[in-house]
Design a binder for this molecule. Sequence first.
Ligand code: SER
Length: 315
Amino acid sequence: MPRILIIGACGQIGTELTTELRTKYGTNHVIASDINTRNLELVNSGPFEIIDAKNFNAIRDCCINYNIDTVYLMAALLSATGEKYPMEAWDLNMNSLFHVLNLAKDGVIKHVFWPSSIAVFGPTTPKVNTPQHTICEPTTVYGITKQVGERWCEYYHRKLGVDVRSIRYPGIISHKAMPGGGTTDYAVEIYHEALKNGHYTCFLDEHTELPMIFMEDAIKATIDLMEADGNNLTIRSSYNLASISFTPAELANSIKKHIPNFSISYEPDFRQAIADSWPSSIDDSVAQKDWNWQANYDLESMTTEMLKQLKKKYS
Ligand code: SER
C-alpha cells in the first residue's frame, strides 16, 4: 500500500485526486497539503498539512513524519496567471519540482507524479494530432516551465534512477473545484454560466479548437500511469494524453441540447494568443501502447454529466 502526499490538494485536480486515492488506498494513507485551507471540505476530509510547495524543508519534514513514499506535485501557476506573474510562475513551478525530485534522488521518497501540459507545445508544433516527439517551442512562461520540467524529469530518471512519471494534461473539465488562471478555464465556466444566467461571454473565439478531457478520465489516467509497471514506460519526460477536442461553438451546441435558450457571445482577450499557440488535437498512441490508456467520455456524455452534477449545486 503506497503512502501518498499530495501537494496542491485544494486545486482543481488535487481535490478529486485526493478523494479517489483515499477511496483506493484508505484515508490515512493519503496526506493532502496546500498553501492554505481554501477548500474546507477537502481540508476536513482526512489528514491535511499546510505546505508551501516552494519550501523544501516543509515538504521533507512532512514526507519523513508520515513515512511518505509517493508524492503527487499538483501545485502550479497556470498559463494565464503565469503571463501576469512570470517570475512567480518560474519560482513555484520549477523549485517545487526540484524539491520533490531531490527528495526522490536522496531516497526520502520513491515515486513522483508531476503534471505537464499541452502548453509545452507552441506555434511551430504540428497542430493536428500532435505527436509524442515533436517540436516544442512554447511561447508562455507556463509552457517554458513545463518543457524544462520535462527535461529535468527525464534527466533525474535516466541519470539518477528516479521513478518520476508525468502526463501532458489537456484542458481539464470538472464540476467540483474551479480551475484557476488557465486558458482552457472557459470550458468549465461555460457550464456554470449556462445554469446560472443562460448566457456565457467566452474569452476565446468560437473556432478555437483545443484538446480537453473530463476530470474522471484525467484522474483515471493519472492513477493508471502511477500503477503501471515501470518497465513498460518508454517516456520519462511526459506522456501525450488525448480525449476530446472541441471549439467553444461546439461546446455551446452540446449545452443547447439540454438548455435550448442558452446563448454565447465572444470577446477574445489575451488568452486567445495562448490558445492559438497550442495544438487542436493530440496523438496519444504511445500512452495507449505503454499503459493501455483509453478515455471513456466524449463531448455529449461529458456535457450530460457536467449539467447533471452542477444542477444539484445550483438547485
Ligand atoms: N489548463 C491549462 C491552462 O489552460 C493547460 O495546462 O493553462
